[in-house]
Design a protein around this ligand. Sequence first.
Ligand SMILES: [Cu+2]
Length: 318
Amino acid sequence: MKLKTLSIAAVVLAALTACTNKATNEQTNANAANANSASAPAVQNLSEIPRPQKISEMMVQRGDQDKALPLIRIVEPKANSTVNSSTVKVRLELDGDLKGYKPMKDMATGMGNHIHVILDNQPYEAYYNLDQDFELRNVSDGEHLLRVFPSRPWHESFKNDGAFQMVKFTVKNGGADTTKPATTNSGQTVANANSNANTAAAPEGKDMQPSTAGTIDPEKPLLTYSRPKGEYKGADTDAVMIDFWLANARLKDGGGDYRVRYSVDGGEPQYLDKWEPIWLTGWAAGKHKIKLELVSKNGNPVENGGYNATEREITITK
Ligand SMILES: [Cu+2]
């Protein structure tokens, strides 16, 4: 079955290569596959695999910190405050039984523990150094929701009580340039025109896309999409993790009334009944859409401000 799938993929790829005349390397093949994705559906057989070995090994090296029970608190922006600037400073406090857990980027690998910071329902941004403010830049006027939770270097979130917080705030007369193209690069320290040029290190932060808060009821079940996100390259394409945060709801296997439904590229929906990450293997090169939804036991959508059904696009580069 698997072999057959692979050979079909090879034929499709060969055909595409022939069409593009001189496809001389894998990159060109991948691009050709992307360009033709509308007419030639990606041949892809995804399957769920156990936690990858390299992550298990990292956990062993990390000692006890993956058993930490971090508590996070949003100090700024204050709940229900109004910010008169399109640059919104984020200040967080981390507390609780940390067992050595500390957000910090390792300069050699570019990885490390970090906090996932989510404005409205945009993809999260990573915040590494809590000793410095984090900036959400170019935030549009209107009501916003900020959600935060601690994460590991491989982006798996901590899921204990208190490891998630959200606040609503408003930006008024902030002066965001909504005509400005959204920043799409992955740089976390985009130069900030407003920052003091003499500051030794620019604060971490990111230009935001125009968005406003959904009408969230903070007491109702809320699914927060976390991973996958962005581009996966090389060995990272072997196993792609799906991870999410769940507030005010318990999933079926935990004795609750809810399920998380996901689908890839509009394919057959799958159900997650445990609040744990899963890893999928078998990705074809190109762009993929991942949809994550919170549904009732009967499969009915559970609505909360539009956030309980989120679709994201990722890119797999082999
Ligand atoms: Cu992350």
